[in-house]
Design a protein around this ligand. Sequence first.
Ligand code: ZN
Ligand code: ZN
Length: 338
Amino acid sequence: MEAFIQGLLTLLQTEFSSFAGLEGLVSLIELMKTDDYAWVLTVAGFGAMMGLFFPVMIFLEMMASALKGSFRWKNFKIQVLIYFTNRVVGKVITLQLGFTLFAFLHQYRFVDTSVTWYWFIYGFMVYDFSHFLQHYMAHRIRLFWCLHSTHHVPPHMNLSVSWAHFYIENFYADIIRLGICALAGLELEIMVMVYIIDSVWGHLIHTSEEILPDGRLGLLSKFLLTPSHHRVHHSRNPNYIDKNFCNLIPVYDRLFGTYQAEIEGEAPIYGVTRDVDTGSLFDVYFGETIEMLNDIKNTSGVGNKVAYLFMPPGWHPDDVVSKKYRTTKKGGPINPPF
Ligand SMILES: [Zn+2]
Ligand SMILES: [Zn+2]
């Protein structure tokens, strides 16, 4: 009986550590006990340290804003809930699937590359393009926007916003990113290095204004996608909507005309244009999907219904527009289309 309870306790302890992202902390304590610093250089050790890095950073950000008296739990609550929800779902869908897909498509690569510094630069260019493409699609295809909008709902910017993702979004985004990188012939080592650097930077560009009031980073904004650029991306100001899709270097935004620097005197207003209950995990996670399903229900014709899935958010077919589009006796519009 005692052994059973002991086993149960160990199981609970392991589950809790993994669930709360505390594997890094547990392993770090083990490391301190053994003095075996080679642990940090193993894949498991590095993963555990990385797993610990962002919870610690976010905790420090919370503490810093608490010291300044500007800490509000509601600015973190939903992101933290999403993080835990995703960890549960993550138990079912693993990174292994991504690697399997990468290995499969890599057989059909168009270019042969190797692990050298110039292929590393090539890897960056390809990876950033794949990120730009999947991010652009996430904003301009309604079905994908239903998933990505979870990331855009928070009305306050801080590091925990980078946790706010619908779980399946990472899944399909990785299919596009890993798929393009595999076909472009990136070696797995380069792919993983680029992925880690890009992901770390992708988290840091969500640093709050309390911690980093001017997110332009001086001269760096000429080459890097800065927190300021990403604040623009998260804003619903008409000048800022659907801009800055890149993650690390804004080269593709400049190339495809979606680049937008922060405008002097036009502070970002974070969030989405829909009325959202930002304190409800359900509304943040599923609200956009419910609106799309309602739109599909309210239009006639299979063509219109299917088009709702793939047209940009805000698009409506003629029958819906004419229902809401009142006309004067002369036939001219008195209300602009919505
Ligand atoms: Zn976005
Ligand atoms: Zn973001």
